[in-house]
Design a binder for this molecule. Structure first.
Ligand code: PEP
Length: 249
């Protein structure tokens, strides 16, 4: 069985003080949880403070984005080494908000994945189709393309350190969740594509999260699916009670 991972993506929410308060509560509340991994992705400004609090705890720390270069004249950007310095072990890459609002392409995401893996950060690599693509029967085509291009030249050694998050764009922040069956169908497909690229042993053990309006009410149905190995949670992860319920699915 693949150990589930529950990751909180706070997006552009929480001050340093608010993030630190949550992290203290999470560190205490989740200390004895061993049957799932938990990761929190605060905004960039709060990473170092939350990293300090989570040191030595069972809760991991993720950034929501990073630049692919080691250093240089990239105003406003942050490198993998800087994230590690702040205490990060994971980084979310390819989120649909980065793709759709900030123009990130599959090839740019591939550069970021490569840089993250070179620096020993574990990427949570997001993929997913838009509503019009689902309605136009393009879902599998889009997922295959995002995987092939995003993982271009990523070795089989490195892919083992990646987590994939299937996040249908139409379900993110909309309150519309994919049904467990829709999500499971996409996850089976993703596993097959990873199997084609890297062999069945890697495909079958790849950790694939579902993301898109996960709440305490719908998480159990999603996690009961054979090929869903955790969740990437946005809105419902901002409140410690709701996030704790999701973790306890
Ligand atoms: C996300 O931001 O990755 C996400 C899934 O958001 P939400 O849970 O709010 O839909």
């Amino acid at each position: 069985m693949i150990k589930p991972l529950i990751a909180a993506n706070w997006k552009m929410h929480k001050t340093i003080g608010e993030a630190a308060g949550f992290a203290r509560q999470a560190k205490a509340a989740f200390a004895s949880i061993t049957d799932r991994d938990i990761v929190i992705a605060p905004p960039c400004t709060a990473l170092a403070a939350v990293g300090e609090i989570l040191k030595g705890s069972t809760v991991g720390l993720a950034a929501q984005n990073m630049h692919w270069a080691e250093k240089g004249a990239f105003t406003g950007e942050v490198s993998a080494a800087m994230l590690i310095d702040a205490g990060c072990d994971h980084v979310i890459l390819g989120h649909s908000e980065r793709r759709n609002l900030f123009g990130e392409t599959d090839s740019l995401i591939n550069k970021k994945l490569t840089a993250a893996l070179t620096s020993h950060l574990k990427p949570i690599f997001c993929i997913g189709e838009r509503l019009e693509e689902r309605e136009g029967d393009q879902t599998f085509h889009i997922l295959r393309q995002q995987l092939h291009k995003g993982l271009n030249n990523i070795s089989s050694g490195d892919i083992r350190r990646c987590v994939i998050a299937y996040e249908p764009v139409w379900a993110i922040g909309t309150g519309k969740t994919a049904t467990p069956e829709q999500a499971e169908q996409a996850h089976v497909f993703i596993r097959e594509v990873i199997g084609d690229l890297y062999g069945a042993a890697i495909g079958n053990t790849m950790r694939i999260l579902y993301g898109g309006s996960v709440t305490p009410d719908n998480v159990a149905g999603l996690m009961a699916q054979r090929n869903i190995n955790g969740a990437l949670v946005g809105g419902a992860s901002l409140d410690i009670e709701s996030f704790t319920k999701i973790i306890g699915f």
